[in-house]
Ligand binder design. Sequence first.
Ligand code: HEC
Length: 109
Amino acid sequence: MFRNLLPAVILLGTASMPLVGRAATAFELKPVKVDLPDSDKMFPGPGSDAINNNCLACHSAEMVLNQPALSKQAWAAEVTKMINAYKAPIAPEDVGAIVEYLTDLKGAK
Ligand code: HEC
C-alpha cells in the first residue's frame, strides 16, 4: 500500500525544492553603510590611536578619563597593572604612546 505513495512523496519532495532555494536567498547579506555618531566610548583627539587600539576591549574611554589626574609614573603603573593584573593584551611598543597620551590629557599638574 505504501509503495503506491512513493511516487507522490518523491514528487512532493522535488516540488518543494525551489522553496528551500528561495528561503536560502532570503538570508543573503548585503553591505549597508551606516554613519555612527562619534562615541564617547573612544578616546578623543590626536595621538589616541595607541590607546584606542589597546584599551577599549574591557571598558570605555569614559571610564578611564573619569579617573583623577595622575602623574606620568602613576599612569605608567596603571598601564602595567592592566597588563599584569588583568592580562590586557597590550602591544609593548604602544605602552609609551599610551602613557604620553594619558599624561597629556589627564596628567597631575
Ligand atoms: C583585559 C581587560 C582590560 C584591558 C585591555 C584594559 N583594562 Fe583597564 N581595567 C580592567 C579591569 C578589570 C579594571 C578594574 C575593574 C573595573 O573597574 O572595571 C580596569 C580598570 C582601569 C582603570 C581604573 C582604575 C583602576 O586601576 O581600577 C583605569 C584608569 C584603566 N583600567 C586604564 C586602562 C588603560 C589605560 C588601558 C590600556 C593600556 C586598559 N585599562 C586596558 C581591565 C582592562
